[in-house]
Design a protein around this ligand. Structure first.
Ligand code: ASP
Length: 291
């Protein structure tokens, strides 16, 4: 039995996203459709408080979302950042890739582009998210900062051997309005090279983006590293240089052209991710080796 398609996503909420991605492939879609439809699931789920609808807001109580997509066969990329009122930024990123002259649109311009292309706008702040924001304002918010952000990052290898990657996030809870992390930045939050493989990141964007971690993983694979070793090597590079956030945590997922996968994290006790491979969809956990 072929191992293809192979789909890897960050975090346990990647399981449902993988399922939808696999369904998109099964109904004739390609890896780009898989990434979009898969990520839409996390964006639509109000229980996922770090992506799309129900995401935790910025310091002013406004949900601002970031997303990007890359399609291996054309090396096309699309990205949006700091968009308000939009549930499915991954779909907007795809639209930017396929229907604009640009790669990245931000804020009000991205919103106008979305309106022109018929994207619906909605209130993104759910009641539970508003309650957490108010608790944060009153300084009684009980969760540690590490629990207030995440990203769905997904890499998909389809039956034809083509690769796509995407990510979507509402970023750091209580962020400064206008703050953008790694997720919508090509090379940092995501990267694909159709001859080699793809990678996506989650974690502290302020650190990840300075090391172009996803690009680094793909370049590692190009030089012959396995996806696992390439993820670990990229994180070691970040850790060896990072003075501003020495305890920064980051998680990476990667796939190569042969359908081999890898995942790794640093600054975190473990990193659960979702893998769909050889017809099986499951949550696996990477635990860093003690140093
Ligand atoms: N990387 C995301 C950001 O910095 C957040 C996360 O994945 O935890 O916006």
């Amino acid at each position: 039995m072929s191992i293809r398609p192979v789909i890897i996503s960050t975090w346990p909420f990647g399981l449902a996203a993988n399922e939808a991605a696999a369904a998109a492939l099964a109904s004739g879609g390609n890896c780009l459709d898989a990434v979009e439809k898969g990520i839409n699931v996390a964006e639509d789920d109000p229980e996922v408080t770090s992506v799309g609808f129900g995401g935790l807001p910025n310091a002013q109580g406004i949900v601002e979302v970031d997303a990007a997509v890359m399609y291996g066969p054309t090396h096309g990329a699309g990205s949006v950042a700091g968009v308000r009122g939009l549930k499915n930024p991954i779909s907007l990123a795809r639209k930017v890739m396929q229907h604009s002259r640009h790669v990245m649109l931000v804020g009000e311009g991205a919103r106008e582009f979305a309106l022109r292309h018929g994207f619906p706008f909605t209130e993104m702040l759910t009641e539970p998210a508003r309650a957490k924001w108010i608790q944060w304002l009153l300084k009684t918010y009980p969760l540690p900062p590490g629990k207030t952000h995440d990203t769905i990052g997904m890499v998909a290898l389809d039956a034809s051997g083509d690769l796509a990657v995407g990510c979507s996030t509402s970023g750091y809870a209580w962020k400064e309005p206008g703050r953008v992390g790694d997720s919508p930045l090509i090379g940092s939050g995501l990267y694909v090279d159709n001859e080699v493989g793809g990678a996506a990141a989650t974690g502290l964007g302020e650190s990840i983006l300075k090391y172009c971690l996803s690009f680094l993983v793909v370049e590692g694979m190009r030089q012959g590293l396995s996806p696992q070793t390439a993820c670990e090597a990229a994180l070691r590079r970040m850790k060896s240089r990072e003075a501003e956030y020495p305890d920064a945590w980051a998680g990476l997922v990667a796939l190569n052209k042969a359908g081999e996968y890898g995942a790794a994290c640093c600054g975190h006790s473990d990193f659960p991710y979702a893998l769909h491979r050889g017809g099986k969809n499951e949550v696996l956990t990477y635990s860093p080796r003690p140093e």
